[in-house]
Design a protein around this ligand. Structure first.
Ligand code: BLA
Length: 311
């Protein structure tokens, strides 16, 4: 529209152009995690039958309090997978991806866990097959699920080095396969992250296909309680809570956490957070607000190259 262009001051045109090219650049270089979820689901459908989860009707998309942040939710199940769910959050300045897979209690397969937080210049990444059972007191669990696939970790170790100190309590939820890293955005890093994500996911998917149903009721109960403990921890202390509350408000954030992201926390067991983590009990019996009792720990990776815990 030439008349408008002519009447605008050169300064204003310049400003508009700069704004345009900046937002274009941003869009080209920014990662979109929706594609990550789609690819994982595509791989899944090649191997197993996915059914929509009942959660999908209730949660599909949401807009943040700012009117600009988009949250997209996906939720599926299969005969063995209790819940396979994804949440992708996007606005002009950040992208968040939280993708997880939880088994029915008859199976002791690890929990798939991808948590990526991306802002203008930093990426915070956790990618892991979180062990359902403590690796320290059940070494056959490590043998069953991790020893054979440690090469996946080695493949990405150089590109994604240990991210430094983290909440000490988190370590017991991680496996020797964990990719815990921070990096500044680049197309190469995001490409590598995409490959790593799919490779970790394929490894998990294969485990879910191979796993045999547990027939021992006491073992099924143990699986159920272990998953409930994990959900209880994350529904209460996950590092994303603060941001989620700011984005959608306290009430919606709590609902998302307890009913969608960590669904099962109110159904799989009756123990409370304090039952599982008594060190968080305050004098009046309530849960300590602190994220961590131990504090930030593990400056370096606490597993050796073979995956043995070295603390
Ligand atoms: C930071 N996210 C972190 C950190 C970890 C994780 C280890 C570093 C801070 C810390 O040491 O606690 C991730 N921690 C995990 C995971 C487990 C765990 C996956 O114990 C599993 C057992 N991250 C999200 C979502 C959001 C998010 C959904 O997954 C936001 C909606 C944000 N994570 C987020 C932000 C930070 C972060 C903003 C930096 C803030 C901080 O360091 O506290």
């Amino acid at each position: 529209n030439p008349p408008v262009l002519i009447s605008a001051s050169p300064k204003k045109i310049n400003f508009t152009l700069r704004r345009r090219s900046k937002s274009l650049l941003f869009r080209v270089s920014a990662v979109s995690y929706k594609e990550f979820a789609e690819s994982a689901l595509e791989e899944t459908r090649k191997r197993i039958v996915l059914e929509p989860s009942h959660l999908q009707e209730k949660y599909s998309s949401m807009t943040g309090l700012d009117g600009k942040t988009e949250l997209r939710m996906l939720a599926f199940k299969s005969s063995k997978i209790r819940l396979l769910r994804s949440m992708a959050i996007e606005n002009e300045t950040m992208q968040v991806f939280d993708f997880a897979g939880f088994m029915e209690p008859e199976y002791d397969t690890p929990i798939f866990c991808a948590n990526f937080f991306t802002s203008a210049n930093v990426n915070i990444v956790v990618l892991d097959l979180n062990p359902l059972h403590q690796l320290t007191d059940q070494t056959d669990y490590q043998e069953k699920y991790y020893n054979k696939i440690m090469s996946i970790y080695h493949k990405y170790a150089e590109t994604f080095p240990w991210g430094g100190k983290l909440t000490g309590e988190s370590i017991k939820f991680f496996s020797p396969l964990v990719m815990w890293t921070r990096f500044s955005s680049s197309q190469e890093k995001h490409k590598a992250l995409f490959s790593a994500f799919l490779e970790y996911y394929q490894a998990w998917l294969e485990m879910t296909i191979q796993v045999r149903e547990e027939m021992e009721p006491s073992q099924v109960r143990a699986n159920c309680e272990a998953q409930h403990k994990y959900l209880t921890w994350r529904a209460q202390k996950d590092p994303g809570h603060g941001l989620l509350k700011r984005l959608v408000g306290e009430e919606k954030a709590m609902e998302l956490l307890r009913d969608f992201l960590f669904n099962g926390v109110d159904e799989l067991g009756t123990k409370t957070f304090i039952d599982y983590f008594p060190e968080y009990q305050t004098e009046d019996g309530t849960v300590n607000d602190k994220r961590s009792i131990i504090g930030k720990s593990y400056e370096t990776r606490p597993w050796d190259l073979t995956g043995q815990f070295i603390g």
